[in-house]
Write a protein that binds this ligand. Structure first.
Ligand code: AHR
Length: 320
């Protein structure tokens, strides 16, 4: 009798254990079998590739199915990519929008379909909490203010600056111009003598910088590039024209990619402000919190660092 009683107790305890495990796992996205769509604007630069890989590896780590689309820098394709994700009946859409105004349409389509959108790294036209769930991004105004301060420091507040801007119509290009201007406007002898878009790419920056050098070569004393790829393109153009970057012309930029840290070590680049692309963990944390019924804040700011000659060596190997 005692034996039967003990056996019964063991069975009951095992059943309670199993139920507790089930209860604990009930709230994980893996158990809910959710599917997340990720619409990436393009995937052709170290920064974009690092961001894509961060989202992909985090989804894999958490056992979440991810449907990935690459708009290849084409805004119409990005809108139809979002339509495709909606048709796939994904539970969430992560959207890295190329342009501010145009991608408002993608937000509307997702809203109509009742699918929450997490804006990643850039803004699109709409209101947080209404048209999209949240924005996870760096503070572009802060980044560009730091770039302005560092350039002022390096040039003692005197500079004829070439500004290589990012993609026209992107929130990031607008804000990186604004924050920089906020700072240099405080200096009488800091002037932007040319401002042109090179679409965040090395290839375009080399061409754009080349033609600015031909027009205003002797006047230029500084370059502010909205990202590292464009700074590297400018460095190549300057060297090609026999100008010594880092000595004749001071350059600052934003991103913190490995090639930029190498350029700092080689004295070609004065500084770069980090724009951290590793947003995978924070993005899926937001999804898990939302699934658990938590209220999500409208803007989740990624903290960035500043890389100069003081710390570039320390960070170069871990950079993307
Ligand atoms: O939106 C983030 C910016 O977009 C990064 O600085 C840049 O490299 C990318 O194209």
């Amino acid at each position: 009798m005692r034996k039967i009683y003990s056996l019964l107790m063991i069975v009951i305890l095992l059943m309670i254990g199993c139920n507790l495990r089930n209860l604990k796992e009930e709230y994980t996205s893996e158990d809910k079998g959710i599917v997340v769509g990720f619409s990436q604007m393009e995937n052709n630069s170290p920064w974009r590739i690092a961001e894509t890989n961060s989202i992909r590896s985090e989804a894999e780590k958490r056992g979440i199915e991810l449907i990935f689309t690459d708009a290849q820098a084409n805004v119409e394709k990005q809108i139809s990519d979002v339509q495709y994700l909606i048709e796939q009946k994904v539970d969430y859409i992560i959207l890295a929008p190329k342009l501010y105004d145009e991608l408002g349409e993608a937000l509307q389509l997702s809203k109509d379909a009742g699918i929450p959108v997490i804006l990643l790294d850039r803004k699109a036209k709409g209101e947080a909490g209404k048209d999209y769930l949240t924005l996870i991004a760096s503070d572009f105004i802060w980044q560009s203010q730091q770039a302005g301060k560092l350039l002022a420091e390096a040039t003692s507040g005197r500079a004829n600056i070439v500004e290589l801007t990012g993609t026209v119509g992107s929130s990031v290009a607008i804000e990186r111009s604004k924050g920089f201007k906020d700072i240099i406007d405080q200096y009488e002898e800091m002037t932007v003598i040319a401002s042109q878009s090179a679409d965040f790419t090395r290839v375009d920056a080399k061409k754009v910088m080349g033609s600015i050098i031909r027009e205003r070569g002797k006047e230029i004393t500084a370059v502010y590039a909205h990202n590292d790829e464009m700074a590297i393109g400018a460095i190549i153009a300057l060297k090609g024209a026999g100008i010594n970057p880092g000595k004749d012309i001071i350059i600052v930029s934003i991103d913190g990619e490995r090639d930029a840290l190498k350029a700092i070590i080689a004295n070609d680049l004065y500084a770069t402000i980090e724009c951290n692309p590793f947003m995978g963990a924070i993005t899926f944390d937001v999804i898990e919190r939302h699934l658990a019924g938590e209220k999500i804040e409208p803007f989740i700011i990624i903290k960035d660092r500043i890389f100069t000659k003081q710390n570039a060596i320390e960070h170069v190997d871990s950079a993307f």
